[in-house]
Design a protein around this ligand. Sequence first.
Ligand code: KPL
Length: 302
Amino acid sequence: MKFTIVGAGAIGRLWGCKLAEKHQVQFWTRDSTATTLSVDFTPLDSGQELKTYHFDTNNTVQLKAANCVLITVKAFQVQQAITDITPFLSPGIPVIIMHNGMGSQQLALQLLPDNPLLYATTAQGAFRADNLLLNHTGLGQTWIGALNPAGTAYKHLATLLDQVLAPCQWHDDINTPLWQKLAINCAINPLTAIHQCRNGALAKPEFDSQLDQICNEVALVMTAEGYPTRGSNLRNLANKVIRATAENFSSMNQDICQQRTTEIDYITGYLIARAEAHQIQVPVNTRVWQQIKQLEQNYNDQ
Ligand code: KPL
């Protein structure tokens, strides 16, 4: 199959290298003058050797001929990414959108009325050590599911993705795994960014009460949204990820550290917006949202 991957961040590059083993892959990047992209990929299994991949980029002919487009930009870049590719995107071609957080779905549906639309969420870990080097830092579950009726015909894409980077499964209601990942991100990302610590540091008792409260608030909102759960279930999920990714720095930690816009408005911000819609109070999440916004505003002062 011919893939165009929009966005050359860590997760885009990870899927690019994996897909390239069996399929034709090009990247679509923000730098429209770039025509190639090289990635030195270090596999998870330390026994396997580093391999260099070379990709074409921003080739409109390849985009027009793509059988599938995978968008891996951050949530706040989705609108721009779709606008950029739309002139070259053939109608009927499935588009998969994969990012942390929620809240871009409505816009994507409006901007892509003629394409089967799918969303995906992944717990795969990848870290860009520099411009060239990409480390695969952790295996994790990927879920994919349809967002519009046309997307339901593309269940086989879950199998295709599973063949190159397992485990990947289809979900009939993609909002279920999206909410679960949102809960994990609400728990881990802001705290690791505020305290500039690794994910594993959140296992310390000093974070217990705040993590409990964050998860309890998320559970109230999820239940009101039609995804009933308990705070203790979400806390267990978050604990598992804290342990499994103990050595990693969360994406929000890295964004704050490198003074980049974070995904807070699509993680905790989305939770707060849905809480408001249901008239649910989420004071602890609101507090961490404010703290991250403050840290972002401080960028300019330095
Ligand atoms: O998705 C993540 C992120 O860093 O954005 C978690 C699950 C927190 C893993 O680091």
